[in-house]
Design a protein around this ligand. Structure first.
Ligand SMILES: C[S@@+](CC[C@H](N)C(=O)[O-])C[C@H]1O[C@@H](n2cnc3c(N)ncnc32)[C@H](O)[C@@H]1O
Length: 371
């Protein structure tokens, strides 16, 4: 496989804003990097095979006051080698009509334009007006002319339909029915897809004439979620913790690691346990907190792993016993022969219902309103 630089016909520097954000794991903070005041660092980041955060907190300015709010990336330019992999997986051909969800910097839209050529058409939908305007400017300067629409990509863009290809560059838990309805039969939809529990898988679906779509899960990805499908976590207060049900788990360390590992059980647990957001935090060298959150029912669970101690304490709060549900799903995964993500098939019926299938097993995934 050639180097990603040879696979991407448009360089990305012209699409990257003058101010970008560099994450510092040691401090868990983002540092502002300006092209004008720190050109070496800015150009170094742009040249690297790394994603670049271009917006935090949906563009809300940092008020400069001390706060304990964690800043969250809300727009970025994806990792170049991954962009190349996704364009190849999308199988874009000259003359295609392509719908992109998540214009971001506009770089991927420019790459799509280059692939569809003069006879094709690219429509790219971006929910954030400031991000969309910046992308329009960069695209105009680059000489590429996709149609950039400022809107919620969940609605697709009917005037440009039917599309041969739909590409989501923000991750989703639910494939929008509009994307299927606006695709031609035989068309392809590519999206980072994941449940609330774990990481996303690059998911390729073929659209069928009956209005359904089906496909399978590929490589693991970490993308920001589409607005409207974001996950949230709970942070119980000390008095709530006092009321939490306490138990312990006899699971071995390897089992706990499998429960949070995408290539092991976590993808399956997410398919079996709805609306359950997993977080894993190492608070120091000896302590790891595995937490499960359902913000809708206000249910929460924590396993406190302490090096050198076993079994570990489990706290569970709220109407659901999330740890018990995950533990049951883990046993199911073991009994089912430890299926990997790429062994499942995902089907979206014409009415939007999502279901997954393994040979001999089949079940429907609950979707929330707004999915
Ligand atoms: C990873 S970035 C996209 C990268 C982009 N394709 C590029 O080439 O730079 C994800 C983008 O999706 C946008 N987004 C999030 N939710 C959206 C939604 N519901 N509809 C449209 N765009 C959305 C974000 O504002 C963000 O700009």
């Amino acid at each position: 496989m050639p180097d990603w630089r040879e696979r991407l016909a448009v360089p990305r520097a012209a699409f990257i804003p003058a101010v970008i954000w560099d994450y510092e794991p040691e401090t868990d903070e983002f540092t502002r990097i300006s092209r004008d005041s720190d050109p070496a660092r800015w150009h170094g980041m742009v040249a690297a095979d790394q994603p670049i955060t271009t917006q935090l907190d949906d563009g809300q300015p940092d008020d400069g006051q001390p706060h304990d709010r964690t800043r969250v990336p809300s727009s970025s330019c994806s990792q170049p080698s991954l962009v190349a992999d996704m364009l190849d997986a999308l199988d874009v051909r000259p003359g295609h009509r392509v719908l992109e969800i998540g214009t971001g910097t506009g770089w991927n839209a420019a790459l799509l334009c280059e692939r569809v050529g003069g006879t094709g058409q690219v429509v790219s939908v971006e929910i954030d007006p400031v991000v969309a305007d910046n992308a329009r400017r960069a695209l105009a300067a680059s000489g590429q002319a996709p149609l950039v629409i400022t809107a919620d990509g969940a609605a697709g863009y009917p005037p440009g339909a039917p599309y041969d290809r739909v590409l989501a560059t923000a991750s989703v838990r639910a494939i929008a029915r509009t994307w299927i309805e606006q695709s031609r039969p035989g068309g392809r939809i590519l999206a980072p897809w994941g449940t609330d529990y774990g990481e996303d898988a690059l998911t390729a679906l073929e659209v069928h004439a009956d209005g359904s779509a089906s496909g399978s899960f590929g490589q693991r990805l970490a993308f920001m979620r589409m607005r409207g499908q974001r996950r949230g976590f709970l942070d119980p207060a000390a008095d709530e913790l006092d009321d939490a049900e306490r138990s312990s788990t006899a699971r071995e360390p390897l089992e706990l690691f499998e429960m949070v590992d995408f290539s092991a059980a976590s993808f399956t647990i997410g398919l079996r346990v709805p609306d359950c957001y997993l977080t894993v935090e190492d608070t120091d060298d000896a302590h790891r907190l595995i937490e499960l959150h359902d913000i809708r029912s206000h249910s929460w669970a924590r396993v406190t792993m302490v090096r050198g101690e076993h079994p570990w304490t489990v706290h569970q709060l709220g109407p659901r016993r999330l740890w018990d549900e995950a533990d049951t799903a883990y046993s199911w995964w073991q009994d089912a022969g430890k299926p990997a993500p790429d062994q499942y098939e995902l089907t979206i019926a014409a009415d939007g219902a999502h279901s997954v299938r393994l040979p001999g097993r089949h079940w429907r995934l609950p979707l929330r309103p707004g999915s």
